[in-house]
Design a protein around this ligand. Sequence first.
Ligand SMILES: C[S@@+](CC[C@H](N)C(=O)[O-])C[C@H]1O[C@@H](n2cnc3c(N)ncnc32)[C@H](O)[C@@H]1O
Length: 337
Amino acid sequence: MAGPVENKGSITLRNAREVAAAFGVGVAGGYLAGRALRRGMDGRSARVPQGTTEERTKRYYNEAQSYLTGQLQGTCHFGYTEVGQPFALGTALHGMEVQLGQALGLEPGATVVDAGCGFGRVAKTMASEFGLNVIGVDLVPQRVEEARRFAQEHGVSDRVSFIEGSYSKLPLKDNSVDAIYTMETLCHADSLEDTLAEFRRVLKPGGKLVNVEYTIPPHESLGRIRRKITDTMVNNTGMASIGHFTHGAFPSIMESAGFEGVDVRDISQNVWPTWHHLFKQALQDNRTKLLPKILHGTLMDTPNLAGSLMIWPYRRQLRENIITSTKPNIDSQQGKI
Ligand SMILES: C[S@@+](CC[C@H](N)C(=O)[O-])C[C@H]1O[C@@H](n2cnc3c(N)ncnc32)[C@H](O)[C@@H]1O
């Protein structure tokens, strides 16, 4: 993609009406508020993110915990809505999990790793609706605790277990699981290469990998402000690998990591209703907090809020995808692995 693409998404022009509605002002006021918002994102960040990728990720999710639990009903992923169907948040969130289960396409009783399982909502759906045995892994202790409680409450503890730790170092044997999935979490991998090698080690030959992931435009194609927003988001949230996830890059990423049969399904339009919902909600819920943040240039210190505000306006630059691939089967590779 050549040249700056910033004009393809802008809080100021495309969304003046929504900003206006959220602030209870006219469209002209919405335009001005939108400009201010954008400047707030461009402002200095009061906090310089410290620590390793894992430390940043943990800090981000500890802070995000209550907000995301409330907004996304305990899940930590976007929703899937069939194009043309009315939007309902709960239906959409569940719909995304169903899409994942269908992409896995496993027989009941198969064992699957949920890498970056969060509060265990996805794991519960995989166990209760697809009959899978799930091993959830997450860095954040509170998330693992809540995931265990949730599994207990929903009667799936016999099929779902959780490990606190990094999905880049799984305490599992070689060739031991039927599938691995990541639901909006592979972007946090500190080393993408090492993480995919770890997934490949643990998967059985012929085992499936399904990643629900965003892709973004190449960094150099972004305008100055969009580039700055992206950098700040990445630093504040520990999304160390998102820079690799440019549109169209996944087939070569997965093939270089030793996977085959890569399929990338673009589901961007299916997540737009959820992005729109989060955008409107973030504006409504934060009306009084936004002005001081904008004035102090510290909007980016609350990445969840900044992210919710920016994802809908920039929707045409971002894509959400379901990427499926397979670890080569020894037989089909004639013993090459
Ligand atoms: C966007 S949330 C998604 C949670 C869950 N997959 C869902 O859809 O509800 C990302 C999760 O990945 C976890 N995570 C990030 N990096 C990780 C790593 N290296 N190892 C294990 N978990 C990680 C975070 O703690 C967080 O819970």
